[in-house]
Write a protein that binds this ligand. Sequence first.
Ligand code: LMR
Length: 396
Amino acid sequence: MFEHLKVLPQDPILQLMQSFRDDPRPDKVDLGVGVYRDATGNTPIMGAVHKAARRLLEHEKTKSYVGPAGSPGFNSAVTELLLGGDNPLSRDNRVSTIQTPGGCGALRMAAEFIKLCKPDAAVWVSTPTWANHMPLLGGAGLRIQSYPYLNSETLEVDFDDMMAALEMARKGDVVLLHGCCHNPSGADLTASQWAGITDLILRKELLPFVDMAYQGLGDGLEEDAQGLRHLAQAAPEMLVAASCSKNFGLYRERTGALMLISGNAKSQKAANSQLLSIIRAHYSMPPAHGAGLVETILQDDELRREWQAELSGMRDRIQQLRHAFSRELASSGDFDFIARQKGMFSFIGISEKQVNYLRAHHGIYLLESSRINIAGLSDKTLPRVAAAIREAVASA
Ligand code: LMR
């Protein structure tokens, strides 16, 4: 039965991660996979996470099942992070949040839920978008449509083209938006663009779906949620996939959440029950450990303060690197957009050949699209990386 199967190429991000690991050069630089790195190149366990882990170990009394929705404490803490405390949607019982195995679990369960509600709905995704959006959403059998997002010359948001394309969406289609820190471009929507897209979604009766994978790494926890909150207040129904991989540094713990907003409490109850049934049929229940850590941190004032301070430190470091890198590249062209953009990623706008040159000659790893993980730079490597880019542009 398996004999006719062909070997598939690996996902490009995971493939790059492996190639970097296999490279013996001691001065190699990983600007590929989206993980935060400190000045020494390590992806640290946050101090608040360490403390929460110790507490969990001491106080945990059972490993019995929790249930398909995961931990209620985690779910309400994440709802508050996304929507703010004391929000009208929670008060009106129009919102429920379900713990999922990472943001990927949330995206896929949302796709299965959309398929159940409206099998012929198209999901509109930005061009470019995170490579794994296609298999996660398309794998559930949904039709994918794309809307232009980035101007390839300026590497800034092409809002007029985006809006024009979304005018073609049909009632009931789904619009996937990146909540902040757009992956792969780092180019985010402004407040007035969020308002414009909200109006279009309401007028055309589309379903907004926000992927919030980097809350806190752009402008701040509250600031990064403003677009999502504006949309959530206005739209009758909405889906949000959230990840704790980056802002809690919990990557391998697979900790995420799917938030569902319905028009009223009655339909919320029905929708939530359908979603739980989908989850039961896919993986039954989410893993507990990462969510336990997040819940412990968010429910304890001191740990929460410590986590927020550490997150601010990560964000500030990324911002400083963005400014330093755009200054360092200034002699080769206009790279000011790198300083303006948000989160871990930006394109540097070089060709695939030049990307391969960087890898072959300097052990510098970035995606073929020229997406770099800014957090993979450091004060030590930054001048070398900038010099190598200049060399690659001149010679490849
Ligand atoms: C990335 O975009 O590099 C990260 O989100 C990691 C991943 O799973 O692709």
